[in-house]
Design a binder for this molecule. Structure first.
Ligand SMILES: [Zn+2]
Length: 453
């Protein structure tokens, strides 16, 4: 067995792709024959620009890093996960548009101010009360959810939002006791709220164990996957948590002035994928209330910076004639099930693409400035919950979504979406650490705050 990274030193990657074994494998693999393709990309003109935009955009963006620590044990690591919430004031962006380009480094500073951050045990880090790294990781994750409070007046923690979603999880598929690997407990049960015990082995079980992230936790080696899952869950839970806090404060009718941008697709992958259906149900419930109060849908957008869909968008946009592109500015394409399965991720399954993982659907959009955006919009009603139709009238907020993307995408980073938010550095309002985030948001929405500068 070669060591990690060894291939890179003794055989360049391009030579591997030319090797006979790789060529033979490809010869046995399906090729997309463009002559037989039935789903051709058809960009459509975006709806006319919306005249009224929400004033604020709340961007939720997580990240994680795994760092080596010294505790006397070899290979000890800690995962550092953050979820930043940054509030952008579109009025300020309007004023600053003339000053582009804006320094993204400045933006990073404001992002730090709005972080929820957490250090979680990695391999070979065992907390005092526990006897394994995995058990430590589970307990710390539960404590983290317990500790996250965004509203100083209400003090409802992230755990309560999580447990409200957990209550929507079907109990038909009980899960393994979290001590299966470590202690051989074979019990299977549905995990409930709070801290309980396994009915067979009697060891402590946390409600957050239902996320099953610990099943991807490795006692030895790196835990990028587990920390990545924590971050993914945090970002999505935070968005729902904010909405539920607004609901408790009777502020849902103010949400027409706020749009949510979430990093990544509107989906939950891996062991916590069940969250997707629960989030979808709760979003539909919340949206119903917002609709009743305002006559509008919630504005939520997931933005994907990389991956198969971003690659595919780039590829179809490139025309044979140099300098020509398939998508003109302000054109979009709503991706259907048939298109995705034929053109992006091959599948002959009858099951809808992303059925178990997505609570929204994807579209491609080329902004006014020419940036290619891969985004998803949520299913906010049962009628919207389809990816067979490409009828955009199902999503009445789409004109606003496109206009928002026109405003926020940066021309200087065309085709690289990552600085979407960063480019607007100087318009970012740094939210205070911890429990005051919602208090400040509420103040903004009620229009009692200054412009945050
Ligand atoms: Zn057990």
């Amino acid at each position: 067995m070669p060591y990690d990274g060894e291939y890179a030193t003794y055989r360049p990657l391009h030579r591997i792709s030319e090797s006979q074994r790789v060529k033979n494998l490809l010869a046995r693999s399906k090729l997309l024959e463009t002559t037989r393709v039935t789903n051709v990309p058809r960009p459509v003109e975006a709806p006319a620009q919306a005249s009224i935009l929400p004033r604020f955009v709340l961007a939720i963006d997580g990240s994680y890093a795994e760092v080596d620590v010294k505790n006397g044990y070899p290979g000890a690591k800690v995962g550092y996960c953050t979820a930043a919430s940054v509030l952008l004031d579109l009025h300020l962006i309007g004023e600053l548009d003339a000053e582009r380009p804006i320094d993204p480094v400045e933006f990073r500073k404001t992002e730090q101010a709005a972080c929820i951050d957490a250090a979680l045990p990695g391999s070979n880090v065992v907390t005092r009360r526990q006897n394994s790294a995995r058990a430590s990781f589970r307990e710390e994750l539960y404590d983290l959810f317990t500790d996250i409070v965004v509203d100083e007046d209400d003090r409802t923690n992230l755990l309560s939002t999580y447990e409200a979603l957990l209550a929507l999880k079907p109990t038909a598929n009980p899960q393994h006791c979290p001590y299966k690997e470590s202690h051989g407990c074979t019990s299977e049960f549905a995990i409930g709220r709070g801290c309980t015990t396994c009915p067979t082995c009697g060891r402590p079980v946390y409600s957050t164990d239902a996320l099953r992230i610990h099943e991807r936790f490795r006692e030895v080696g790196t835990n990028g996957e587990a920390f990545g899952l924590v971050m993914q869950v945090l970002e999505r839970l935070l968005a729902i948590h904010f909405l539920r806090c607004f609901e408790r404060r009777n502020l849902l009718q103010r949400l027409t002035s706020l749009a949510f941008f979430i990093d990544g697709p509107l989906a939950a992958f891996g062991p916590p994928a069940w969250l997707s259906a629960a989030i979808s149900r709760d979003l539909k419930r919340l949206n119903q209330k917002v609709q009743t109060a305002t006559g509008h849908d919630l504005l939520i957008l997931g933005i994907e910076k990389t991956g198969a869909f971003a690659e595919h968008f780039q590829e179809i946009d490139r025309m044979e004639t140099p300098g020509q592109q398939l998508f003109s500015a302000r054109q979009y394409m709503l991706l259907t099930d048939g298109y995705i399965k034929e053109r992006v991720l091959y599948s002959d399954s009858h099951k809808r693409y992303g059925e178990d993982t997505y609570f929204g659907r994807k579209f491609f959009y080329k902004t006014q400035s020419g940036a290619r955006i891969v985004a998803s919009i949520p299913f906010l009603s049962n009628a919207q919950d389809t990816i067979d139709s490409d009828d955009i009238s199902l999503y009445p907020q789409f004109a606003t979504v496109c206009t928002l993307l026109d405003r926020l995408a940066s021309s200087q980073y065309a085709n690289a979406v990552s600085p979407l938010i960063a480019a607007n550095a100087h318009a970012a309002i740094p939210l205070q650490l911890g429990s005051k985030v919602l208090t400040q948001l509420a103040r903004m929405l009620l229009g009692t705050a200054g412009n945050g500068k």
